[in-house]
Design a protein around this ligand. Structure first.
Ligand code: KG4
Ligand code: ZN
Length: 332
């Protein structure tokens, strides 16, 4: 079965063609990063306009590389939620048009489920059930993946997402957007224990709270600057990254023990972070758990992960009609 998929929930316009769920025939990602980085973060209205400008070209390229015409596609999968509403609307309406034009099913995909599915592309034998940690610019959630389409959240952020915390702290440190990548680069050679950050408490022990950390980083920088002290950016980046990764990995592992999972899966843009992967790798080894994470090209937003999840949604009978609408926030 050949699925054509579309992702446009934030600042990447992406189209892909997949065969039987896990084989990626093409995956084109047009990033808007250089445009948004001028403003230090994603400008929603600009994101929508840029999606409109590039979606036709990205679609054509994905089909060309896969070597298929639209008429040969069996179904169209699209991210319908959650995300920036204007950005989602571009992908959803484009997908509806294609599905209607070729007379094939339209499959709605939840973006977070797509992030988890990125792991099926990388690890061909991986199957649910398992416990997943999805950490991205918009989400930080610990979820039980009971089967391919049945998810049960056990913890999530009560304020900022992990990636958002990286982005905001990086901005305060004078590093470019997206912050996670630049904090990781800046941390090389830095001392992760030089600056102390709080470990925020949450009433549900598997929830996350990152907004206090971001404020702590901003206050620390102001204090040092006010005293004309010397700011060691490398150690500040290393200390901030170390704290976020400790929080994510400790809560995730603790939830895996509590809910009895021996298979754990990392997903989302922050899954590209080497320290987070190393910490989880070590903890999983000690506890005899199997740990999976996606190949780097499938960590950030891409349509291949949406096509992969779309395949399993299709098998579960999850097909949308033409009334499908984009939804900015939608529970798993
Ligand atoms: O999944 P994603 O591409 O988009 C959303 O769904 O939000 O995630 C983007 C987020 C950004 O906040 C970015 O700073 C973060 O992922 N990120 C990283 C790294 N690479 C991307 N965070 C930490 N370390 C990285 N290497
Ligand atoms: Zn994402």
């Amino acid at each position: 079965m050949k699925i054509f998929s579309i992702e446009s929930s934030c600042d990447e316009t992406s189209c892909a063609v997949l065969e039987n769920g896990r084989l990626v025939l093409s995956n084109i990602v047009a990033s808007q990063l250089d445009k948004h980085s001028l403003y230090g973060g994603v400008v929603p209205e600009m994101a929508s306009r840029l999606h409109c400008e590039s979606i036709v070209g990205v679609c054509d390229q994905a089909l060309k590389i896969a070597g298929f015409k639209l008429a040969q596609i069996d179904a169209v999968a699209v991210t319908f939620a959650p995300g920036l509403i204007g950005a989602l609307l571009v992908g959803v309406n484009f997908a509806k048009g294609i599905a209607m034009g070729i007379g094939k099913p339209l499959i709605p995909v939840h973006h977070i489920k797509g992030h988890v599915a990125a792991n099926y592309i990388t690890h061909k034998k991986l199957e649910p059930p398992f416990l997943a940690l999805v950490a991205s610019g918009g989400h930080s959630s610990i979820v039980e993946v009971k089967d391919y389409t049945n998810f049960n959240p056990v913890g999530q952020t009560i304020d900022d997402a992990a990636g958002e915390a990286f982005d905001k702290a990086a901005r305060a440190m004078g590093l470019p957007y997206p912050g996670g990548v630049y904090i990781e680069k800046a941390s090389l050679g830095g001392d992760p224990k030089k600056y102390k950050f709080p470990f925020p408490k949450t009433s549900n022990k598997y929830d996350f709270s990152f907004s206090g950390l971001k404020t702590a980083a901003i206050n620390l920088i102001h204090n040092i600057k006010q005293r004309n002290g010397e700011l060691d950016i490398s150690s500040l980046a290393a200390s901030f990254q170390y704290t976020v990764c400790c929080i994510l990995s400790e809560k995730f592992i603790s939830a895996a023990e509590r809910y009895g999972y021996k298979k754990i899966v990392l997903a989302g843009g922050v899954a590209a972070n080497s320290l987070l992967r190393d910490m989880l790798e070590q903890k999983a080894k000690m506890l005899d758990m199997d740990f999976y994470y996606p190949a780097p090209e499938f960590c950030g937003d891409n349509a291949a992960m949406i096509g992969c999840q779309g395949f399993y949604e299709f098998l579960a009978g999850n097909i949308a009609g033409n009334e499908l609408n984009a939804v900015a926030s939608h529970k798993l």
